[in-house]
Design a protein around this ligand. Sequence first.
Ligand code: ADP
Ligand code: ZN
Length: 531
Amino acid sequence: PPRAAVAAGESAVAVLQRVWGYEAFRGEQQAIIEQVAAGGDALVLMPTGGGKSLCYQVPALLREGTGVVVSPLIALMQDQVDALEALGVRAAFLNSTQAPDERRRVEQALLDGEIDLLYLAPERMGVPATQQLLDRAAIALFAIDEAHCVSQWGHDFRPDYLQLGAIAQRWPGIPRIALTATATAATRDEIVERLHLEDARRFVSSFDRPNIQYRIEGKAEPRAQLLRLIRQEHPGEAGIVYCLSRKSVEQTAEYLVKQGVAALPYHAGLDAGVRARNQARFLREDGLVMVATIAFGMGIDKPDVRFVAHLDLPKSVEGYYQETGRAGRDGLPSTAWLAYGLQDVVQQRRMIDQSEGTPQYKRSLSAHLDAMLALCETVQCRRGQLLRYFGEDAPARCGNCDTCLNPPERLDGTVPAQKLLSTVYRLQSERGQRFGAGQLVDILLGKETERIRSNRHDQLSTYGIGTELAEAEWRGVVRQLLAQGLLAVSSDGYGTLGLTEASRGVLVGEREVHLRREAARPAKAAKRKAA
Ligand code: ADP
Ligand code: ZN
């Protein structure tokens, strides 16, 4: 019999120790495994690195038949199967990358009861042939990994996930376990509804990752700031740097290599072979920095990633949390660092405006962005804000984020906001004028540029009335007003700034504005605490 075959009466812990060589279950693993092994359904919310895989792998071995795992991570299926086979678990996958005879071999092994765990791409579940195949096989359980992909208004919707709701009707007696690392209350409810998990027991782990130090700073010279982070705090250590565009991935990787940092690029535009090679090197070698788009990282299990850096603003708190969660899976001190600037806000608002989709979809993108901006601009504990976003209680201060370590100075922003908004108001009334943040700040500072002169902006009543703040501080004010919805970027594609409904309240003195004071240079990070 295969090495992982479970003897009658063998306990879950015994299987864990014998097959995986681990001593004990972590957190809620045991309770989850007992629930599913006994034939019940489960909804598992556990942060990245929490150990979700064992929650379906162990019950699949304990129960008669094959555990069917639906996962969107097709690129990782081979690795997952290899890792299980190395443990003596009989694993296989079915997806579109396979040759037909390889697929037939797996199908036959399934029918012969020779597979403990079968990984399936979600689109396979909608294919009648697959359904008929599964009808004829003995199935131990269905595991639906990355279950948040079913959420239509979530940050990572995959249409193929919608058909997974049908599993409940077609195979009613078979236990189902849905797992995700992203779960706001709304996503959770949507998973339950769409996957028909009303009777599932819910297992909600804490999303806190106490060893990760969260830091968000203003973007001045992002690459130099990144280099400082690497040299001063993480020299020779493994890290991931996320950029929005492929071009910026390549430029950043080149820059780091020139500066003597061992960095590799990764994005969907690279040749598949190069991608696979870079990923394999990152996993196997020590101290490499992967510069990547968010195409990189799902399902990557490298325990000693010491930092995750974002050079562009993530589109949602869910994405930010998931990406930063790849740092410090081994529990040792790690850094989540984000540089963000005015241009990020302008660009993302524009991308939402120009995106295809229903108004409801755009509103959902906007709401996700707003939550991310609120995290960037908070004067309170970042971790607290993050945890409360996921519906979890948190103490007022964590002691291991930038706002706790270096409390930001607050600025009574009402007067600066009034000066800025009235300038916007005056420019708006000049028809056909298109001016972005740069011109606004120049006007407030009373600069004598060609653009000021030719547009006669030195005649405006707000010209030169803002010298109490430095240029970087004014840009911070613009950014924060945008984040707070007190300014809006028009959809003209020029980054023109306009007033919103809420800005009138500020202009007429009915509403106060609170801002973070922008450090002229980013505050030097406090020494990391030991975890
Ligand atoms: P997730 O899917 O939640 O991100 P994984 O299932 O990939 O997490 O597990 C993360 C890491 O923790 C893996 O290396 C896994 O082997 C390890 N792990 C999980 N559970 C245990 C345990 N009970 N004891 C020791 N290591 C564990
Ligand atoms: Zn904190």
